[in-house]
Design a protein around this ligand. Structure first.
Ligand code: EPU
Length: 326
């Protein structure tokens, strides 16, 4: 375990923070972070979140911070905790529905290059939480490492994939994870073996309140040509069965009885529209944004689908997409 960097005491905050204490906890946190982090750090009050999600709806974060690396992230988390400001981490926003009222408190984005490192020592690939899954899969191909092809079509990052044990084509993230580095809610750095972290279909409880910093993935020795062939095969299947329009991927988890997409299709709900949100004509478990959708449109459509599934089939659909804000 690497020790976490020391956190300067709040009493050292100086005049900027003193002036800000008159304001809200968030403005006080903003002033403290501006003082603690280097001048280049990205500290963005009232930051619109819609453009940071693939669904492209929702309001602003009270405060969004992009720490440069693990050390800064730890500092940000510990400072927010000390000042009683709630925080959330977002990745590439591909499984995220932000409500129109936005997110209170602090949103932390791991978009800085410091989280996007990717080192290969076959058959292992060690990567930061900000690495795109597509880049992980294509790097594995270059090194002739098989088994990670399923990640290529998931438009998320390693951190997001760990948080929800993302999957496709009958494979799940944790099946390939050797070890994970993460921060505890108290801001301490830890490392654990993937096999020791409980995970199941689209679920990893550890990362509800711990932050994934990165992971080491295991590939199976193969050849770039074979990996390429599998990537092409899955890519073809994906574009034949899933929409290209802005979405958050599958909206619902698959219930045991029937895949959610087939159920929604059988209920005749494809094409159903509320405002700018519609059930995709391509795949029933996708809600697509025509460019004008609000989060309210999407949430109303989700409720309409859930009510129909309940009434018609007695099936309780559970959302897979993370819903954030107010
Ligand atoms: N189907 C229909 N109509 C539809 C959609 C699907 O009849 O509109 C049928 C298909 O023909 C198939 C079955 O339902 O027989 C399952 O559909 P599909 O093969 O598309 O897989 P899925 O269960 O809907 C899952 C994951 C996807 C992942 C694909 C590919 C979930 C909720 N979804 O979809 O993950 O990409 O398999 O492996 O587990 C995501 O998590 O966001 C996601 C898109």
């Amino acid at each position: 375990m690497t020790p976490a960097p020391a956190l300067p005491p709040a009493a050292e905050n100086g005049s900027a923070a003193n002036a800000a204490t008159a304001g809200t906890p968030v403005s006080r946190l903003e002033a403290t972070l501006r003082r603690l982090l280097p001048s280049g750090a990205r500290i963005l009050p009232h930051e619109p979140l819609a453009r940071r999600t693939t669904l492209r709806v929702g309001g602003c974060a009270d405060l969004l911070v992009e720490p440069a690396d693990d050390g800064e992230l730890s500092l940000v988390v510990r400072t927010a905790r000390e000042q009683g400001v709630p925080w959330r981490v977002i990745g590439r926003g591909s499984n995220l529905l932000v409500r129109d009222g936005g997110v209170r408190g602090l949103v932390i984005s791991l978009a800085a290059p410091g989280f996007a490192q990717l080192e290969v020592s076959p058959p292992l690939l060690r990567c930061g939480a900000g690495v795109r899954l597509k880049d992980l899969a294509t790097t594995a191909r270059r090194h002739g490492l098989a088994g990670l092809e399923f990640l290529a079509g998931i438009p998320g990052s390693v951190g997001g994939a760990l948080r929800m044990n993302a999957g496709a084509w009958n494979s799940m993230t944790f099946e390939r994870v050797e070890s994970v580095r993460f921060l505890t809610p108290a801001g301490e750095l830890r490392e654990a073996r993937g096999a020791d972290i409980p995970s199941s279909y689209r679920r990893c409880d550890l990362f509800r309140d711990h932050i994934a910093l990165g992971a080491t993935f295991r590939g199976d020795p193969s050849t770039p040509e074979q990996v390429e062939a599998r990537l092409n095969e899955l890519n073809g299947k994906r574009w034949a069965s899933q929409p290209a329009a802005p979405s958050a991927g599958c909206i619902f988890k698959n219930p045991a009885a029937i895949p959610a997409g087939r159920l929604i299709d059988e209920l005749g709900l494809k094409g159903t529209r509320i405002g700018g949100a519609a059930v995709s004509d391509v795949h029933g478990n996708f809600i697509v944004n025509d460019g004008q959708a609000t989060a309210k449109d999407v949430l109303s459509l989700i409720e309409l689908i859930r009510a129909r599934a309940r009434e018609a089939r007695g099936i309780e659909l559970e959302t897979e997409v993370e819903i954030l804000g107010e």
